[in-house]
Design a protein around this ligand. Structure first.
Ligand SMILES: [Zn+2]
Length: 317
């Protein structure tokens, strides 16, 4: 999810501090500003939606079309950057990943999911899903799904996944970010952070305001998003007959790789910076296991059940 986090820098404002503070005060207390503030609060409250599982209130106003456009823009850039490293659909790794992803998409989009609004499920069903496996041993392990349904997975994450359950952990987690509308949420807050930081930066003259805002609001929200993606992802794994308990091993290995790599892999650190501590993540998954085991049992996951039957192919190959 690194593609939305690009920080702008602002130049310090060197005006006459006392008179400019007075002018700002006049502007801030004017009637027009009061109307604008009241309208903004109304717009904010009207667009508050409940997040799945944690049930926290979050602000989402970005229409699907704009979200897809943002996805298309990132897609063009990433595709251009890695165009010579994308594996063909005939490659065994592509086939393995598409088989797992088909199972996860099948349970996520065609099954019952009371926590995800119907409009969101319908929107995701209509996307043109695509898998891009990037052969890249030197790049940090990474995987993400753009809001237009384009999946990117770097081959450097495969050894950490170890097996299909590990791959299902990564893919279900990333798919869950889309089910929980986390891209829309990030995009919805972005103009607010930008406006607030420009305003506060201009008033206070402190260029680091933007970073403080990010630390104060954005990171804690991201950590809640991570927990939601973990919970939904584990449930998808159980419903698609993978073993959600094996995701504990994946997160432990990921954390070890991060510790070994230190600061040399900036991208990896960025990917993990908003992720919850591994110990909390493992504790959460263990506490969900009794419920996840019963979900897996009700999905009929046994030796005689062939999940492949009836699974729709979401990809054109
Ligand atoms: Zn995540």
């Amino acid at each position: 999810m690194f593609f939305f986090r690009r920080y702008a820098t602002y130049k310090r404002f060197n005006g006459n501090t006392s008179s400019s503070s007075y002018n700002y005060l006049q502007v801030l207390t004017s009637r027009k500003v009061a109307y604008f503030a009241a309208g903004s609060i109304g717009f904010y409250v009207y667009n508050l939606h409940e997040a799945p599982y944690t049930h926290r209130k979050r602000f989402i106003w970005i229409p699907y079309s704009l979200e897809e456009k943002a996805g298309d823009y990132s897609y063009q850039q990433i595709k251009e950057q890695y165009q010579h490293q994308i594996l063909p659909p005939s490659h065994p790794l592509y086939r393995r990943i598409s088989s797992i992803m088909n199972k996860l998409l099948d349970v996520a989009l065609t099954g019952e999911n009371s926590e995800v609004p119907n409009a969101q499920l319908q929107h995701l069903r209509n996307l043109k899903w695509e898998i891009n496996v990037v052969a890249s041993e030197k790049d940090p392990p990474n995987a993400f799904i753009l809001p237009n349904g384009k999946i990117f997975i770097f081959s450097s994450i495969i050894p950490i996944c170890q097996d299909d359950n590990g791959l299902a952990t990564v893919l279900s987690h990333e798919l869950s970010h889309q089910l929980a509308q986390h891209s829309s949420e990030q995009l919805s807050y972005k103009p607010i952070y930008t406006l607030l930081s420009i305003l506060l930066c201009t008033i206070t003259g402190v260029p680091a305001v933007r970073e403080l805002l990010t630390l104060g609001f954005s990171l804690p929200a991201s950590r809640e998003m991570e927990s939601e993606a973990d919970r939904i992802g584990c449930e998808l794994m159980a419903r698609a007959c993978f073993n959600p308990e094996s995701s504990i091993g994946f997160w432990q290995r990921m954390s070890q790789v991060e510790a070994q790599a230190g600061k040399s892999w900036e991208g990896l650190n960025q990917w993990l910076s908003t992720h919850p501590a591994t110990s909390k993540r493992i504790h959460d998954i263990q506490s969900w296991m009794p419920e996840l085991n019963s979900i897996r049992d009700s999905a009929g996951c046994n030796h005689y059940y062939d999940f492949q039957q009836g699974v729709r192919n979401f990809f054109k190959y």
